[in-house]
Design a protein around this ligand. Structure first.
Ligand SMILES: Nc1ncnc2c1ncn2[C@@H]1O[C@H](COP(=O)(O)OP(=O)(O)OP(=O)(O)O)[C@@H](O)[C@H]1O
Ligand SMILES: [Mg+2]
Length: 596
């Protein structure tokens, strides 16, 4: 899998604006391949799709038949009086009613199918993102990833809902109307066909221009939002250093760029709709003049003339609609191309329950076996690295800044793929663990304090229903946060967010430690997890919770030597290599000489 998501190349798409010669066979093939790629998501709805198709055909058939029937009523009923008018009028009424009903039913059906498909696609993208290694998120900004999850799937959703069928129905109405027009007046049909040539060329070019420009508009918008987000997130820096005029000017120039692209779009759309009105008006005029002339010479009946006139409207009317929707359709195909880079080739069964095999507790020591790993291809951070974390004991990992401690912890958590070697947990290979199994048996606490926007309860038990409030309160008491939490409005029911939780940095860290212990993991990874606590609080905390470490394999990364009291095994890391390891008595301090 490509780890880096690419931005769209504005120039490279299926088609280029202004120039029908760009409609190369290969590019149509590309579009078709993308639609085919979606098939596995569409297939489960084929039966419902058939119902929608029947409704669709009914509606289109009635639409193109109506002018033909009107011609018949005028000629045969009103003028020739061959049939009874009320009977024919009620037949027409019933047909129109049937069309209205089938239109509504069709839209409802298609929207329902479209929503189900997009829901599944969104779930799959979300699940897939969860299974990506951290390296993926290092390489792609969150904005870009979110745009895949939200915008691209929404684009597709419009594809599946009204747009696709609306374009197909417009095309069917145009084709059917041209055919029926030939049966009414051959010459009028020829006039319409000639007038359609410039209309089709305009339509294709404007749609394509809109796709390309729409894309640049979105790119500018996303730059504007990341500029705003940067400003919000770094207000302290901007205020304390300098709210630089350059920074503000960058915002202004992005705004101008955005306004210009919007104006350009409006200009193109305006020119197109005026040309549309002009071509349609001229065609109407030509058909009326021809009709009037033919009426005089007796080459056409009044009914047929009215019918032909109505068909002109039916044929030209949908052009504006198609142009507008084609833009959305082409965009949707662009979204399929982007989604293809992150989605698996077919829908995946949701993996939200712990499989029985994953629920069995892994046992044994954790062994790094000849592992190699690098962030960049040119340098290895770890090469043929070997280490064993004894089962059920606390291993302290120390070393200078940048020596690779966090990286080692991340490898243990499966956040980055190894370039060689294995990490084994007893007999099992850690890389074979499912995401659910990892989440069940491994807990990680780092300095990054992150809370989900949900109740405090769910933040602590991580949606595991079997963890009761009593258990949560007991653990909160253990880390010394019970009174604080009880003073919150709503207590455990309070909705929290990382930024708004009324706790100090150290208290937040205690909360996360509490969360890790509540999960009852077999492997605990603490990466400077107590760094925000003052020494006294840290000692107090360690004193309280040390009994909870019993039986759990723990990797404790810490800078403060006092923290290492808990450990029975110490590993000193230097530049990705083990400098030394030694065993010690739990509770005994480590001194500087021992780790140098
Ligand atoms: N996401 C990353 N992409 C590229 N290189 C990285 C990344 N994270 C860390 N590194 C590099 O890997 C090396 C080890 O970093 P690591 O974060 O593992 O060190 P550490 O021992 O945890 O340091 P500290 O004590 O400061 O937390 C560093 O030289 C750093 O430049
Ligand atoms: Mg670190």
């Amino acid at each position: 899998m490509e780890l880096e998501l690419k931005d769209d190349d504005e120039k490279k798409f299926y088609f280029k604006p202004f120039g029908l010669n760009n409609l190369k066979g290969k590019e149509w093939e590309g579009a078709w391949r993308d639609v085919k790629w979606l098939m596995p998501w569409i297939k489960p709805y084929s039966r419902q799709g058939m119902v929608a198709f029947i409704l669709f055909i009914t509606s289109v058939l009635i639409a193109v038949l109506v002018p033909r029937i009107v011609a018949f009523i005028v000629d045969e009923v009103l003028l020739a009086k061959k049939y009874s008018f009320p009977q024919m009028a009620s037949l027409l009424g019933i047909l129109v009613l049937l069309k209205i009903v089938s239109d509504i039913a069709f839209k409802w059906k298609v929207t329902k199918i479209g929503q189900s498909i997009s829901k599944k696609l969104r779930e799959d993208v979300f699940n897939q993102l969860g299974s990506f290694p951290l390296a993926f998120f290092d390489k792609n900004s969150s904005g870009r990833v979110i745009s895949r999850c939200v915008n691209d799937v929404s684009n597709l959703s419009t594809f599946f809902t009204a747009n696709f069928f609306s374009v197909v129905s417009d095309l069917a109405i145009i084709t059917g109307s041209v055919i029926f027009l030939f049966t009414l007046s051959f010459k009028a049909a020829l006039i319409v066909l000639v007038a359609m040539v410039p209309m089709v060329i305009f339509m294709l070019n404007v749609s394509m221009a809109q796709v390309v420009w729409g894309r640049s508009q979105r790119n500018i918008l996303s730059r504007l939002s990341s500029h705003t987000a940067d400003s919000m997130n770094n207000l302290a820096v901007l205020h304390s250093q300098t709210f630089s005029s350059k920074w503000v000017r960058r915002h202004e120039s992005l705004q101008t760029l955005f306004a210009n692209t919007v104006l350009r779009n409006i200009y193109v759309w305006g020119s197109f709709s005026s040309s549309h009105v002009l071509v349609m008006g001229l065609t109407y005029a030509a058909v009326i003049i021809l009709g009037a002339h033919q009426l005089k010479t007796g080459d056409i009946t009044l009914g047929r003339m009215i019918g032909s006139f109505t068909y002109v409207g039916l044929i030209f009317g949908p052009f504006l609609d198609i142009t507008e929707k084609l833009n959305a359709l082409l965009n949707a195909l662009g979204s399929v191309q982007r989604l293809k880079t992150i989605l698996p080739a077919k829908p995946e069964a949701a993996d939200s329950v712990l499989a029985a095999s994953d629920a069995t507790m892994p046992t044994g020591p954790i062994v790094f076996k000849n592992i190699s790993f690098s962030y960049r291809s040119d340098t290895n951070l770890f090469k043929d690295f070997n280490l064993e974390l004894p089962e059920g004991e606390v291993t302290a990992l120390v070393g200078r800044t940048g020596s690779g401690k966090t990286s080692l912890a991340h490898l243990l958590l499966g956040l980055y793929p190894l370039s060689a070697g294995q990490i084994k947990w007893g007999e099992e290979d850690l890389s074979s663990f499912s995401a659910m199994k990892r989440a069940r048996w491994i807990s990680h606490v780092s300095q990054d304090l992150f809370l989900f926007t949900d109740t405090l309860r769910e933040n602590l038990r991580l949606w595991r229903q079997e963890i009761t409030d009593d258990k949560i309160l007991e653990r909160l008491k253990l880390v010394g946060l019970l009174e604080k939490v009880q003073s919150f409005p709503g207590g455990l029911d309070m909705i929290v967010r990382t930024e708004t939780l009324p706790l100090s940095q150290g208290e937040k860290q205690l909360l996360l430690l509490c969360r890790a212990l509540l999960q009852d993991p077999r492997l605990l990874v603490f990466d400077e997890a107590t760094a925000s606590l003052d020494q006294l609080s840290e000692e107090e905390w360690l004193g309280h919770v040390s009994k909870l470490f019993k039986g759990r394999t723990t990797l404790f990364i810490a800078h403060r030597l006092e923290t290492l009291k808990l450990a029975s095994f110490v590993v000193v890391l230097e530049n990705g290599k083990i400098k030394k390891t030694f065993r010690k008595e739990v509770g005994k301090s480590v001194n500087e000489d021992q780790i140098h």
